[in-house]
Ligand binder design. Sequence first.
Ligand code: ZN
Length: 244
Amino acid sequence: LRLLVLLACVSALTACAPAIQRPGVATVLAPTPNKDARRANFVILHHTSNNTAAKALEILTSAQKGVSAHYLVGRNGTIWQLADEQDRTWHAGASWWGGQTDVNSASIGVELDNNGAEPYAEVQIRALLGLLRDIRQRLRIPAANFLGHGDVAPGRKVDPGANFPWRELALAGFGLWCDPPYPAAPAGLDNALALRALGYDTGRPDAALRAFRRHFVGTESGDPVTSEERNLMSCLLGKRTFTD
Ligand SMILES: [Zn+2]
């Protein structure tokens, strides 16, 4: 009965809006026509960890599983669209990038049909590049904002994994890249500060370093940072522009 009374109150409030929209904060509605849908400014790449696209589709569309993405790119190059790009899908989870704490709200999620322990098929990468070109053209997403799940959730996620061809993507304009030999980093460049400036959550410095290495070096060792890697961090920071 108490619930019914509460529901009645809620609908009464709705009916006699626009004075109060929510308890605790009195607001006055003054609607504007000058608005449109929000636009994603990041693309987050994943691997499904499944052996088939059919299995991945089953999971990504199951109400019980509570996970999703906007696109799934199959091993054979088939592209499935699971949600409108204006919608917030559930792919990044607890995540952080450059101070952005709700990566799902700011991004388009792309799942790659890959079990995490196999190379990516060339036809699949070609299809992905076609999809990303289309997204970039429409949404004007800067190169630096094409990232992996492992980048935005260090210590928790590793996808799309060390097999992912980040260099090939970066040469096509998706993500940052530097090839050796790297210019010398400024003396005294702080490793953790450099990773943080790139965007990494350095709350766990070892996890951030592993994520950086997985993406930009192709290894995941826990060794101390080398001068070569410090030079690489510095080079990448120099490439970080925010124009599309
Ligand atoms: Zn993922």
